[in-house]
Design a protein around this ligand. Structure first.
Ligand SMILES: Nc1ncnc2c1ncn2[C@@H]1O[C@H](COP(=O)(O)OP(=O)(O)OP(=O)(O)O)[C@@H](O)[C@H]1O
Ligand SMILES: [Mg+2]
Length: 315
């Protein structure tokens, strides 16, 4: 039987990220688990949950939240965004202390307390987790993503940082060269190495690598999930446009989940809508799949596995 992961053209380059994106409740976690179970037959697989709702912990009956192995040899890791925000903001405070010792007169710990509630911090945490995953020893990392808006902002973050970094580097280079000229004219010794400038160069190269990994088909695949309803389908189109036009990648797989058997759909008066959404999905020209509704909500890993017999893939 053709599986969901068969339609992902995964290349040799390791590790490979599979990002599962979609509107809340459409079945991202369910699809991520199904894909991870399939991929684990081909290589060492991590299922990384970045979803603050922690549903994965419940579905898989996990006892711990850090790293656990489930059936099929899949490793599952749930990331607590709040805990990571603490770590990252303190790391930045340390960096500022190192680069600008003169700023230690400010109480940086109180700055950290405010920064952790700032917009964008969650995206920064998620980006760091994707970076870690790309540098891990897994062959595949399947990512169960947070709400679409957060995911999209995370994926575009390296480009935003690069715009800022280019500008900051320009300013810092000017400062360093002015310092040099002043020192030369006053006959003082100059150290041409500037910690802040070196750090900026390092960050620029880091974000360039990250941006190219996230937008390269050999390193990352994107799966968009929707249910046959107007809002999830709207979000699927928006996500497709974003990936294609802004990130420059073609999604690998579009999934229509919780599709009702035709007889039942006809009885409920939604058959035409369901059919037209499936036709629309096929018209994107990429692989797509349909997962039938189980008839009740999936409640355990066994229910999720039972969905495998209800998957139809269209190339
Ligand atoms: N094919 C299916 N048949 C029956 N129930 C399903 C199916 N797919 C998902 N579900 C159920 O739908 C609900 C949402 O699924 P899931 O948690 O996978 O979605 P999600 O997109 O990850 O949601 P969230 O945005 O809240 O994280 C769950 O109760 C799940 O058990
Ligand atoms: Mg989920």
């Amino acid at each position: 039987m053709t599986g969901l992961a068969d339609s992902l053209e995964l290349r040799e380059c390791c590790p490979h990220l599979v990002m599962v994106i979609g509107k809340g409740g459409v079945g991202k976690t369910t699809v991520a688990i199904l894909i991870a179970l399939e991929l684990s037959r081909k290589g060492k697989t991590l299922l990384l949950s970045l979803d603050p709702a922690r549903h994965i912990v419940k579905y898989l009956g996990l006892s711990r939240e850090d790293l656990e192995e489930i059936e099929g040899g899949v490793h599952v890791k749930y990331v607590s965004v709040e805990k990571e925000v603490e770590k990252i903001t303190s790391k930045y405070a340390d960096l500022i202390r190192y680069l600008m010792p003169s700023l230690s007169v400010l109480n940086l710990d109180s700055v950290v307390d405010v920064v952790k509630y700032s917009p964008g911090v969650e995206e920064e945490v998620l980006l760091r987790k994707l970076e870690e995953a790309l540098g891990s020893s897994y062959h595949y990392v399947v990512v169960d993503t947070p709400p679409t808006g957060v995911t999209i902002r995370t994926l575009i973050l390296p480009r935003l940082y690069l715009m800022w970094l280019d500008r900051l580097i320009e300013i810092r280079e000017r400062i360093v060269s002015l310092r040099y000229v002043i020192a030369r004219t006053t006959g003082r010794k100059v150290d041409v190495r500037d910690r802040a400038l070196l750090k900026l160069y390092e960050m620029r190269s880091e974000f360039k690598n990250l941006d190219s990994a996230l937008s390269s088909e050999s390193r990352s695949s994107y799966v968009i999930v929707a249910t046959p309803e107007p809002l999830p389908m709207y979000e699927l189109r928006e996500t497709y446009e974003f990936l294609k036009k802004k990130l420059g990648v073609e999604p690998s797989l579009l999934v229509l989940n919780k599709v009702l058997p035709e007889e039942l759909a006809a009885k409920l008066g939604v058959l035409d809508m369901q059919r037209s959404y499936l036709e629309e999905l096929k018209s994107f020209g990429v692989s797509c799949a349909v997962i039938e509704h189980l008839g009740r909500p999936t409640e355990s890993i066994h229910d999720i596995k039972a969905l495998r017999g209800r998957v139809r893939v269209f190339k």
